[in-house]
Design a binder for this molecule. Sequence first.
Ligand code: GLC
Length: 562
Amino acid sequence: MRRYLNVAIFLVACVALLAQSAGAQEKAVDAEGHPWWQHAVFYEIYPRSFADSNNDGVGDLNGITSKLDYLKTLGVDAMWITPCFPSPQVDFGYDVSDYEALDPMYGTLADFDKLSAEAKKRNIRVILDFVVNHTSDQHKWFLDSKSSRASAHRDWYIWRDGKADGQPPNNWLSTFGLSAWKYDPTTKQYYYHYFYPEQPDLNWRNPAVEKAMFDTTRFWYKRGVSGFRLDAVDTLFEDPALKDNPIVPGKDKFGRPNMDEKYNKKLPEVHTALKGLRKVADEYNAVLIGETWTSDVSQLKEYYGDHNDELQLPMDLLLNGLPFSAGTYRKHVQAMDSAGGWPVYVITNHDITRSYTRYADGRHNDEIAKLMAAFYLTLRGTAIMYYGEELGMENNDPKSRDDVQDPVGKLSWPADKGRDGERTPMQWTDGKNAGFTEGKPWLPVPPSARTHNVATEEKDPHSILETYRSLLALRHHQPALIEGDYDSLNNDDANVLAYLRSYKNESILVVLNFSNKTQETKLDVPAAGYISLLSSGAKLGPDGYKTIFLEPFGFYLARLRK
Ligand code: GLC
């Protein structure tokens, strides 16, 4: 059976899309009352790795500006740039030493303004990453805080005496492999850091900290940013009595006993801080996206706030961890869809193994990447992509401990090789360093860049990139994909996930084969007419869309008229 894409229909969608984007900046709310961020596809850019304009081996803001047309053609509506502020780069920018400037490595404020203006011309919004839980140990607030017990910023961080025997104040552990307390000989106290010791936790119980952080968001809103991705929100507060966390069975990747982080994570006060950040965001009609790691959908739901007054977009970081199967996905989407909030789907980011590698079976890797795109980009909700996902970029883990850049990778080697593998340079061409830089890239490009890159994939209508482009064009053009209700079909099918997205007098039908076998799916869905929109490895029976033959990991999308 020949794999095909319905190119003619796709072209119609593209023309409509171009007509639409030639107009004024998208309205804040559509006819159905949906704000722009519910329609949007966000695209995460790791600035070190996206495009290097000055050939020093590290990406920069001018590099991003030079690729805006690429983003426009891809069809994204907003870019989230991970931290580009001044930083000693211990955690590659997640250790911020000044929230209201840019790291010279990435450019100047003037470069940022240019990027912002050029993005605006293309109707692409800019979202920055706000590291709310901690600063760098080189931030002027911390330098003052550690200088003396009486300093003006002493209480901006969490300082405590050690125990009588000189041990840290309690048993809390840093998620990056050490104790969560570091002793400072100058003032003879310990300070708390959930992440690296170079990332001291701010004391959000201090109103001065709260005010400074709220003001930081104002600084950037006034400069035109449309919102923030809030980093590590569940770590903002700690139990003031510093109770020991209970030890639970098992060991973590560093070989330490597991603990239930009940006294230093997800404290109820987090919600008060989020409400405060949201109030400021509302003054500027801005959006807050949350890095919300949760154990289930009901926990995730809490981040919207009881009165929808916290995060508009708490990320669903559960989906990426689920076993790849029609059954688990059906159950999860149903739970997300009925939870009452606006879902935010993510399959990969800068902290987890790239989706291409995670889902690959060694034989149908590209087909699986296209299938996952056809799945999560057709759900009711906002989608957040990660650069290179649209090319099928694979993880490129370091080959030896000496090659590791991410400190956590050194600490947990070899059990865990750290996060370098998912942060390698964007693959623009099949040439030197994948067209990312003329210099030495800060991380190596994998051999697969020769086949999986923008220039090569643009020439192939069946490529992963062209499939993403088609899907994003459909998302813009088909109202049912934006506004439509989600209804699951064929609920007993263990291999094929099928659903309708219905709006007014039409539905988009989505049929996805999550198995490595050819599947025949019969659908009992009446329609006055249908039109095939996009497919990969799909063939229809004599009764049209009512019988669909799907190759391993094939998919089929159609528009049905009621
Ligand atoms: C978040 C970021 C991660 C960073 C950590 C500490 O989890 O996504 O990259 O290391 O916060 O800021």
